[in-house]
Design a binder for this molecule. Structure first.
Ligand code: 6PG
Length: 481
């Protein structure tokens, strides 16, 4: 009996598309299984050309896999994933490979990898980005797990991944949960990117008076330059869309309350724990939360705006200012995202190649963009960049943008247009470049009320001032606070 070199469990749209993609590639024979057999039968009937080996039971499915058995789980993250992992782990043998292709939280993947690898079975958490179309035509794939598993799994994933600059958008990210960690950061950056584009749209619309269709045309122009990206491209399409029912721009009939499956929230929570700022991503998450505070927003009782009209004398200069502010804010969001990767790699003992990550994000994934080529160049020039912003190319880009950035953030604030991600990114930039920060005063405050001690710029050691006494500064042994 012919056996499959790869199997897919879970045949909703993403799983079915991934299975079809795998089957369309030379050298792959694909086994498929779904808990409800109707989905399996539907996929078989709709795509007889795929040559799937279909199973009605998990035992049949396992028997249909050639060793080392390799199966990709494409079911809802959470309990569903755990259930399938258990079913496969009970039947697989040492050396076999279980892949979780869902959006699992990386700490769950670390736990699962530990449990499954204890049986000698490989467990790989793989981020798969690009949505349903990406799964079918070529996603960006971010697998973790062992190097041993990647020897078998890598070529299979490379056969279906998107290709950018002639290279497949897949690489072995690192051990255990590293792949899902990187997918989480990808999603956090995606949130920030989407929020920044939305703020640029809001400024152009509210302050510039442009219609959705006119903003779409502006974005299509921007998409020919440094801001070329999938998200800018699709945003122009959304803004061009007219609602068939009302004849209005679709964006005007969509309820302005943004949803979230939670991956952006994970990014911020993780970054907070890692002590690394991701202000652009955090503001994007909070903007979605604010938009969804329906009762609070409905109870707004004419809060005073006291705003002044944005006096635009040169419309093309105004549009260019917004473009430059968007670019600079986007750079901050990506720079912070890569800082979080470095912090995560240190915390979880992963050896993550930032250049390789930027390369596999050049195609297939939701944040795919020309911009990622520049990031790849930056890490090729200096793999140990303290911040992407310090790369000469990006430093020059910021130098060309910072005046516009300030103009846009200042005028948006004066005219009452909310720009949380633009503004927080500019403040992060100013914080990063400031030689002295008011953190010195915060240390003084902490010492005053909590005796938490502080360090000095001119002496070694830690100090505490006897605030309730003669306020004579005293040196302290290392504080335990
Ligand atoms: C991808 C996307 C995808 C994401 C959904 C929903 O890389 O293909 O990031 O994984 O989960 O687009 O995201 P939110 O509901 O969290 O916006």
């Amino acid at each position: 009996m012919t056996q499959a070199n790869i199997g897919v469990v879970g045949l909703a749209v993403m799983g079915s598309n991934l299975a079809r993609n795998l089957a369309s590639r030379e050298g792959n024979t694909v086994a498929i299984y779904n808990r409800s057999v109707e989905r399996t039968n539907l996929l078989m009937s709709e795509h007889p050309e795929a040559g799937f080996i279909a199973s009605e039971t998990i035992d049949e499915f396992v028997a249909s896999l050639a060793k080392p058995r390799t199966a990709i789980i494409m079911v809802q993250a959470g309990k569903g994933t755990d259930a399938v992992i258990s079913q496969l782990a009970e039947r697989f043998e040492p050396g076999d490979i279980i892949v979780d292709g869902g959006n699992a939280l990386f700490t769950d993947t670390i736990r699962r990898e530990k449990d499954v690898s204890a049986k000698g079975i490989n467990f790989v958490g793989a981020g798969i980005s690009g949505g349903e179309e990406g799964a079918l035509k070529g996603p960006s794939i971010m697998p973790g797990g062992s190097a041993e598993a990647y020897k078998t799994l890598g070529p299979i994933l490379a056969s279906i991944a998107a290709v950018a600059e002639g290279e497949p958008c897949v690489t072995h990210i690192g051990t255990d949960g590293a792949g899902h960690f990187i997918k989480m950061i990808h999603n956090g950056i995606e949130y920030a990117d989407m929020q920044l584009i939305a703020e640029a749209y809001d400024i152009l619309r509210q302050a510039g008076g442009y219609s959705p269709a006119e903003v779409a045309a502006i974005f299509e122009e921007w998409n020919k330059g440094d801001l070329e990206s999938f998200l800018i491209e699709i945003t122009a399409e959304v803004l061009k869309q007219v609602d068939a029912k009302t004849g209005k721009p679709l964006v005007d009939v969509i309820l302005d309350q943004a949803g979230s499956k939670g991956t952006g929230v994970w990014t911020v929570q993780t970054a907070l724990n890692l002590g690394t700022p991701v202000s652009g991503i955090a503001e994007a998450v909070f903007a979605r939360s604010l938009s969804s505070q329906a009762s609070q927003r409905a109870a707004v009782d004419g809060l005073p705006a006291d705003a002044t009209k944005w006096n635009i004398t040169d419309r093309s200069a105004f549009v260019e200012d917004v473009r430059r502010a968007l670019y600079a804010s986007k750079l901050v969001a990506y720079s912070q995202g890569f800082d979080a990767i470095r912090a995560g790699a240190k915390e979880y003992n992963w050896n993550i190649d930032l250049g390789a990550v930027s390369k596999i994000w050049r195609g297939g994934c939701i944040i795919r963009a020309q911009f990622l080529n520049r990031i790849a160049d930056a890490y090729k020039t200096n793999a140990n960049l303290e911040s992407l912003i310090f790369d000469p190319y990006f430093k020059q880009a910021v130098a060309n943008s910072v005046a516009s950035w300030r103009t846009v953030v200042a005028n948006a604030s004066l005219s009452g247009v909310p720009v949380p991600a633009f503004a927080s990114s500019l403040s992060y930039y100013d914080g990063l470049r400031s030689p002295r920060l008011p953190a010195a005063l915060v240390q003084g405050q902490r010492d005053f009320f909590g005796a938490h001690t502080y360090k000095r710029i001119d002496l070694e050691g830690t100090f505490h001032t006897l605030w309730s006494g003669d306020r004579t500064e005293v040196e302290q042994a290392p504080s335990t606070h």
